[in-house]
Design a protein around this ligand. Sequence first.
Ligand code: SAM
Ligand code: SF4
Length: 347
Amino acid sequence: MSYSHSPLTYGSMTAPLIDPFARAITYLRVSVTDRCDFRCVYCMSENMTFLPKKELLTLEELDRMCSTFVGLGVEKLRITGGEPLVRRDIMTFFRAMTRHLDSGALKELTLTTNGSQLEKHAQALFDAGVRRVNVSLDTLDEAKFAEVTRWGRLPQVLRGIDAAQAAGLRVKINAVALKDFNEDELFSMTQWCASRGIDLTWIEVMPMGDIGNENRLGQYWSLKDVRKAYEAGYQVTDLAERTGGPARYVRLEETGQQIGFITPLSHNFCESCNRVRLTCTGELYMCLGQEDMADLRAPLRDHPDTEAPLEDAIRAAISLKPKGHDFDYSRQSVDGQMTRHMSHTGG
Ligand code: SAM
Ligand code: SF4
């Protein structure tokens, strides 16, 4: 499939997106599909009902949406899902975004993927201007990988990582920290990443969506404890680097490696939050931990010839961005639990 770029101009209103707490919104995460070829136990139930196609933004609509955000000052686009690389013709969209990299308006185009389709798409992603890719990988053990992803197969993902590195993409591994699951792989995964020049970030499991019978609290492995475990084997130096998100970084002096910790539950990172999330149906979530959202699909679809109503709707949504979220895992309860899936808002 191919389509021509919209002739519309974007970002006619030049004021950047600033929320009520003086945070500039420069980072948009876009879920391009709710579908996935895996069924990770903490993310999806085995039998998922996916959205009918007409609910989804088309590739042209995704282009208009992202281009409007870029016109309003968004400098970083992260494409996610579901699994972004299972969306049909998604490379057409990536290639279309290249023009914003070329113009200098967009500083970074990147994606988060389970890696299953990377072998096929790595070179095309690089050619479209993608330079970094986050691959989600919780274990290097084939049997455990099949267990946690239900439908995934490790060798396919490892071939994807090889292809990404061969194409010149910088790879970061995101691993969900799961007690009694990958606790014992902390050092082996770290060493494996170090040997391949890959950075590693641990994510605390979040209480998202109805995922069937899995016990979320049983899976929770505090990143404070992950950090302590590192201190037993390495000299750990805190780094000042922040990305405006929930990640903190340390350096392991022995390997020079940077290790990230994403702790949305136990740390307050909201004061520096620079991001919003767009779902594949065009809902804009202003905060990962709040239900508040704005429908951007209607102003987009109802006005095919002008971006002004969409820009107005985006500005109105940003003016409602909350100060922070209220997840709370304390006392073994899941207060603040969200009912939507990560695959919906894109993680
Ligand atoms: N399918 C792609 C992938 O797995 O990388 C992109 C979408 S996935 C929803 C994005 C990230 O969210 C993945 O790194 C995944 O491990 C993480 N994730 C999903 N459910 C989670 C949960 N309940 N808690 C913490 N992280 C979660
Ligand atoms: Fe799919 Fe990613 Fe969710 Fe796993 S975490 S089921 S790969 S969307």
